[in-house]
Design a protein around this ligand. Structure first.
Ligand SMILES: NC(=O)C1=CN([C@@H]2O[C@H](COP(=O)(O)OP(=O)(O)OC[C@H]3O[C@@H](n4cnc5c(N)ncnc54)[C@H](O)[C@@H]3O)[C@@H](O)[C@H]2O)[C@H](O)CC1
Ligand SMILES: [K+]
Length: 224
């Protein structure tokens, strides 16, 4: 099975969006539906969803919306500065605001209390803080939140990459979420192969990226 880097994935993403005209939000919605497909909705009814403010976080917000539509109990927490929200993150953020869905923000240690309360009641944690866009060590409130999730989460599903793991090398940058399952999009990531024992059960789910995008980007890269 082919395994790619975050950079490869970004290039394929950009090809789909810029060359083929597939809006990023379509890929994000496809991604969210593939996460839902991998959740046993007869078994899990209460979710703690931890989101960053990039597209990984956007995936988590879209998953939250689909769970809400299916009448599941969903506690949404955002880590990071909304003003830095990516374009597609903001689309899903605004939809939830328009639906009057409560969203909690974890800015400092006192906010961890509400996260802990949710973790004590929920039966699944969805980790959508960082994916292929992790760029540096996980520190501060992110570290505190990850540690709490790893201690108290009953069952953890990571979106695309366990947050805190480098998608290219599998290295843990300070601390990473320790999932039971990781749903990674379209292609296996090198980091998930190199550090398979810290990603739980890894499932690769296509999200509608045409072969031409993948072949063009990967073959082009091969020439270099
Ligand atoms: N190409 C695909 O297959 C698709 C991927 N999707 C999802 O998009 C993410 C990648 O999104 P991106 O916005 O590039 O990055 P992230 O969301 O992973 O994170 C960026 C976000 O996090 C901040 N950040 C990075 N490192 C740190 C740190 N150590 N501490 C604090 N903050 C940090 C950074 O500033 C950004 O704000 C991919 O994984 C998929 O989940 C699409 O949704 C569908 C198509
Ligand atoms: K993640």
């Amino acid at each position: 099975m082919i395994a790619v880097t975050g950079e490869n994935m970004k290039a394929i993403d950009n090809y789909c969006i810029e060359k083929l005209g597939i809006p990023g939000i379509v890929l994000m919605e496809n991604a969210a539906l593939k996460v839902i497909k991998n959740i046993d909705l007869n078994k899990f009814n209460h979710f703690t969803i931890l989101c960053g403010v990039g597209n990984n976080g956007g995936d988590g917000l879209a998953v939250a919306r689909h769970l809400i539509v299916k009448d599941k109990k969903v506690d949404i927490f955002i880590l990071g500065n909304i003003d830095k929200g990516s374009h597609d993150f903001m689309i899903n953020y605004n939809i939830l605001k328009n639906m009057n869905i409560p969203i909690k923000y974890i800015d400092n240690k006192k906010d961890l209390k509400t996260l802990e309360e949710s973790l004590s009641k929920s039966d699944m944690v969805i980790d959508s803080v960082f994916g292929t866009g992790l760029t540096r060590e996980v520190e501060g409130i992110y570290k505190d939140a990850f540690s709490l999730v790893n201690q108290k989460g009953k069952y953890i599903l990571s979106i695309d990459i366990p947050s805190g793991m480098d998608s290219d090398t599998g290295k843990i940058l300070g601390i990473a979420i320790k999932p039971n399952k990781t749903i990674t999009f379209q292609l296996m990531k090198k980091g998930l192969v190199d550090n398979k024992n810290l990603a739980g059960d890894v499932i690769v789910e296509p999200i509608g990226m045409p072969k031409i995008a993948i072949d063009t980007v990967l073959n082009t890269n091969k020439d270099h």
